[in-house]
Design a protein around this ligand. Sequence first.
Ligand code: COA
Length: 341
Amino acid sequence: MAGSYALDATVPGGVCIPMGGVTWVSTLSTHRRQGIMRQVLSAVHDDIDERGEPLASLYGSEGGIYETHGYGVASNSRTISIDTKRAKFRAQYVPEAGHVRYISGDDVVDTTSEIWERFRRCRAGEVSRSLIEQDLRFAMGDRPEGGLTGARYLRHNDGYAAYRIDSQWNDGQPAHVLHLIQMVAVTPEAHAALWHSVLNVDLVGEVRSRIVAIDDPIGYLLTNQRDVRTVSTRDNIWLNVRDASICFGARTYRTTDRLVVEVDGKRWAIDGSPDEASCRSVRTRADLVTSHAWFSALLYGGVLPSALVAGRRMTARNDDILRRADLFFPTSLLPHCQTQY
Ligand SMILES: CC(C)(COP(=O)(O)OP(=O)(O)OC[C@H]1O[C@@H](n2cnc3c(N)ncnc32)[C@H](O)[C@@H]1OP(=O)(O)O)[C@@H](O)C(=O)NCCC(=O)NCCS
């Protein structure tokens, strides 16, 4: 089986484009390696193309499966751990009291939906969450899961955070683990206030999270940046561009330039600037040559062309072209998606 959600994804510059979020890819263990996934995935791609979605994406359970199916890694994520007994906010950044409060019940879906709609447009890679999905997330979050409590929600006017607690009473030395499952801050004030609240939940010894963007500035707010410990890093979103003209024409670029990328024999000219862009099929000489998977990975602006060249996934006509490509494609905020689908 496999399926796809109809989502909207944010590309660099803040425009949202329709995207098929591929999910539930699985073949029974008794029927593996007979080409079933290839056929089912191809049917899912037909659905996405019929719905007119110019982009497909997925989270990979394993890193070795999807490159041959046209998907490249467009963003990375990390798991962090913060020892709350050590981590201290710098005095000048401690937020004023009174801006964060707990919410529960019917308030949660209304609040999170409104704030999410603002938040998801601020960073490339984030996706829409329909009201049905927000309802479902709330219902699932409300239930204890694998020894963790149901989700608790902290609300600020411009953000919210959600967490579950893994109780560790330790014979009178409580050091619960707080699993941060959503951190949604639209402004720096909301970001500091929510983090401050999360780090000060009573009886917690460690805050752990897999959903915090690699470039989240929490470390700068603490007296010692090392207190935000990266436990592991991994691939986050894999992209497969279905319609290059729409995808690469929808985003903005860091510099004003024109680069021709040859993708599996076909050439695309991207004319881009910080304000607008177009992408169309051409016959002129290629500046960069790559495969469909790694062309797709360039869309969110989180992958450096020179890293792809060094990793043998791309070639550049010369060093000057590569220098221009490194300036052209990246975004200022790293792309990131904290919505699991
Ligand atoms: C991953 C999974 C869906 C593959 O299903 P399958 O029907 O055996 O796959 P196919 O036979 O169609 O293989 C298609 C291609 O992918 C490759 N492939 C399949 N599983 C792979 C794996 N785990 N690692 C690397 N390549 C893999 C095959 O070699 C084949 O390549 P080829 O056509 O070039 O020979 C199946 O093993 C599964 O259900 N795994 C557990 C659940 C899971 O991990 N799902 C992914 C969720 S994101």
